[in-house]
Design a protein around this ligand. Sequence first.
Ligand SMILES: O=C(O)CCC(=O)C(=O)O
Length: 284
Amino acid sequence: MPIGHASTNASAIAHMPPAADRADCICEPWPMFPGVDASTSLHPLSQESDAVNYAREHGYVVLNGVVSEAAVSALKARVVDLCVQNGLLDSHGAFVPSGLPHPSLYSDPRWIALQQSVVPDPAFMALGDHPAILQFLADVLGEPVRSRCGDICRIAPAGSPVQTTRPHQDDWYLNGPPLAWTAWFPLDPCPPDHGGLGLLPKTHERGLRPHQGQVSGEAGCETAPDECWHMGTVNPGDVVVFHCRTVHRAWHNLSPHAARLSVDFRYLPTSIDLTTLSPAPVGS
Ligand SMILES: O=C(O)CCC(=O)C(=O)O
């Protein structure tokens, strides 16, 4: 999730080195499940499908081709335009450093302006409200879901490990009941070395870990060296879906120039009364 959270230990984290990368971690490939029921190609996955069961048991699942590549490439074109307009990317798709003393994008006015333009964009909202993803999450949760519960457009600059998202649980940021799920869509082909995601399976059932830090990409939780990360390549149209307590992270974007672009959407069960939730912490 990271998008700034007040914490008591921000200064200790402000100078943390970049998160360890794949070479220092035990990893195995994630399974991929078909996003659309091939027998009908109309109705998304059924309530007790393998993918639904895998998501419930492991706290995450990766669906292949859940939306059309065309829907994603239209959104990508819009995001790239807005990134260029806001001075975040040059015309070759390379990230333009801010020149600010702190490298975090999440406090960069250009990035905040990008969110203000992307989040209300019809192509962005349509992807977050895609019937296949709403249906899939309703099947996982056993009830309809509410969208627009925290949606973000991300850039992972190439060759800037300090900006790589550290291991964390979204629940730490969300300040609500631990019932939210996220759908993360790459806007480009995204192998692990292009800033892809890693997840620790089954951690959604093992509580909230202590987190330290304030600035996204630098804040995070402890992970043990013997924990096995699931990771793999996703392409436009695929989605990584995960529970808000599933520990996840990004890997460093090692590509020579291209920033990794992605969007992520959050969902809650409709039975949650939003008026009972406390306000987000200062700084979020
Ligand atoms: O895209 C990233 O680098 C991090 C994504 C993430 O942490 C999230 O979607 O919750």
